[in-house]
Write a protein that binds this ligand. Structure first.
Ligand SMILES: [Zn+2]
Length: 167
């Protein structure tokens, strides 16, 4: 079919998935009581990389895995309504956010005649941005649990996580 799109293939895959699906009878509260904030990068298979199973965690992803107001919104709901206690923050090597700058925002404004309300949140150094993300989570007044907040850089070549010292 000429008009067969990628989304059509997703829907077909879902039909096969549902045919073999058995209701696991799970609660919405993550079993491991953890929320993982990560970059949306296509090379990062969070569940496989972290040994997570269905129902184990909340997964919050965006460009860069940066802690924006909307990530704080999700973490707040995750902790206050759904019982998570730990936060893992994951950036990665070779992130596209290292190759763009806040000029991206200016260029957008010139192109469409409107400045986006959001910051691009580009960064030069993944470690430094992980530290900043840890700090944003730890200092959020909305979160109940900020004792177990750790940050990592995932190496897309080796599959290994490297922890970032928050200091
Ligand atoms: Zn990335």
């Amino acid at each position: 079919m000429a008009d067969h799109t990628v989304t059509d293939r997703l829907v077909e895959a879902n039909e096969r998935y549902a045919a073999a699906f058995a209701d696991p009878g799970m609660d919405a509260r993550p079993v491991q009581r953890v929320a993982v904030v990560a970059c949306m990068d296509a090379r990062l298979d969070l569940h496989a990389a972290l040994g997570l199973k269905l129902g184990d965690c909340h997964t919050i992803r965006n460009a860069g895995g940066v802690v924006t107001d909307d990530v704080i919104r999700s973490l707040t709901i995750s902790q206050r309504a759904l019982g998570t206690r730990s936060v893992a923050l994951i950036h990665h090597t070779g992130c596209g956010m290292e190759t763009i700058t806040e000029e991206f925002r200016h260029d957008l404004e010139l192109e469409v005649g409107q400045r986006p309300a959001w910051a691009v949140e580009a960064f030069r150094d993944a470690d430094q941005d992980v530290r900043q993300s840890i700090e944003r989570v730890r200092t959020s007044p909305f979160l109940l649990h900020t004792e177990d907040v750790r940050g990592f850089v995932f190496d897309v070549k080796t599959g290994l996580l490297r922890e970032v010292d928050p200091a």
